[in-house]
Design a protein around this ligand. Structure first.
Ligand code: CP3
Length: 346
């Protein structure tokens, strides 16, 4: 989308510098199991990865939350683990247990990985984006995404999700050169994948660093900030106008400020962020967030009150209303409807 037509999208307008009241709104994981229409398509696809790799179905579920809630942005239905899968890592999703990957823990494991992304795995993502783009109305922006190298590496090293990302943290401490090679591979793969998504029609790309908050400041600098800077530079070298959102979950104000200084269009905030101390940062970059997904499950007066507080705390700044992390499957749809009304003054 060109800058001229971007003004029709409130979400892109905020990324490009505007402050809007009411703020644009979307939700992380907005296509997912809390929606009965998602569960239906998911059952038809059989398993999660088939859904990700079937462009018609991926586009269909991407559009479901837009049809229901008219969110200001659609995020392409895919997963951050598509990148390691496309580099040759064995991946499966076991029901109720989350992802399982063939772990990469040593030089031999790293050497087995491909240096380029398998088009059979990433091609369907680009096709799903093109299909979704063609179906969206101009006021709805389209978001592409990938996982940040650090977060993707935590799953690759452990072979699954862990409570404290211990396996990747230990490998990074014991064998920093080996870990650096893994991060470097993921930096290049992320640039390629995000550029591919932009060229397929994504108006903006979001980089999810779900586990940025578990690193000490020195490690954050090396494994999160520096790779993010290289990814942004790599994208801007090919597409100088490309919009980038960084979501470093759990990052400190100092860390968020360093990320904003890279020149990204927005930073995502989780619900632990102290909004009052972020107003200065909000003068440099747009702020996206930060309702606790559990408040959305609980509903009632506390939900209404927190939505009002978030809007007031970010008043006058470039704010994109969102959750502080993905919506959970058990969230009542009525509470999402209530949130939409409260954010939009309906
Ligand atoms: O936001 C969206 O609606 C777009 C789609 C999206 C998914 N995953 C779909 C998905 C996005 C942006 C992601 C990102 C993602 N995936 C992250 C980063 C953000 C975050 O939530 O922390 C991570 C760490 C993953 C890896 C992943 N994928 C895990 C740990 C799991 C299992 C946990 C779970 O929720 O089941 C997944 C599976 C997954 N990815 C589902 C969805 C809708 C559920 C699978 C199903 O339908 O059975």
């Amino acid at each position: 989308m060109t800058r001229a037509s971007a003004s029709r999208s409130p979400f892109l307008a905020v990324l490009d510098g505007a402050s809007l009241n009411p703020p644009p709104l979307w939700m992380m994981r907005q296509a997912g199991r809390y929606l009965p229409e998602y569960r239906e398509v998911r059952a038809k696809a059989g398993d999660f990865l088939t859904l990700c790799y079937t462009p018609e179905l991926a586009a269909e579920v991407t559009l479901q939350p837009i049809k229901r809630f008219d969110f200001d942005a659609a995020i392409i239905f895919s997963d951050i683990l598509v990148v390691p899968h496309a580099l040759g890592v064995g991946l499966r999703f076991e029901t109720g247990e989350g992802p399982r990957l063939d772990p990469v823990t040593d030089a031999a494991g790293l050497a087995r990985l491909s240096e380029t992304l398998d088009p059979a795995r990433v091609g369907p993502v680009y096709e799903a984006l093109a299909r979704t783009k063609a179906a969206l109305r101009p006021h709805t922006a389209l978001i592409g995404f990938c996982g940040a190298p650090w977060t993707v590496a935590t799953y690759m090293v452990a072979g699954k999700g862990t409570d404290d990302q211990g396996p990747a943290r230990l490998l990074a401490l014991r064998e920093p050169e080996l870990f650096q090679k893994l991060i470097d591979l993921l930096v290049e793969a992320s640039i390629t994948h995000l550029v591919g998504q932009i060229e397929a029609g994504a108006d903006v790309v979001q980089i999810f660093d779900t586990w940025a908050g578990v690193l000490d400041p020195i490690s954050f600098e090396r494994w999160c900030l520096e790779p993010l800077g290289r990814i942004a530079a790599g994208i801007w070298a090919r597409h100088p106008e490309a919009r980038i959102i960084s979501f470093p979950k759990g990052a400190s104000v100092q860390a968020l400020t360093r990320i904003a200084a890279l020149g990204v269009n927005a930073v995502g905030l989780d619900w632990t962020a102290d909004r009052a101390s972020l107003r200065k940062l909000g003068e440099k970059t747009a702020l996206q967030g930060n309702l606790d997904p559990l408040r959305l499950i609980a509903g009632g007066a506390q939900l209404d009150e927190e939505i009002i507080r978030i809007r007031n705390d970010f008043d006058g700044l470039r704010h994109i209303f969102n959750l502080g992390h993905g919506i959970r499957p058990e969230t009542p749809i009525a509470h999402v409807e209530r949130m939409v009304e409260k954010v939009r003054d309906l």
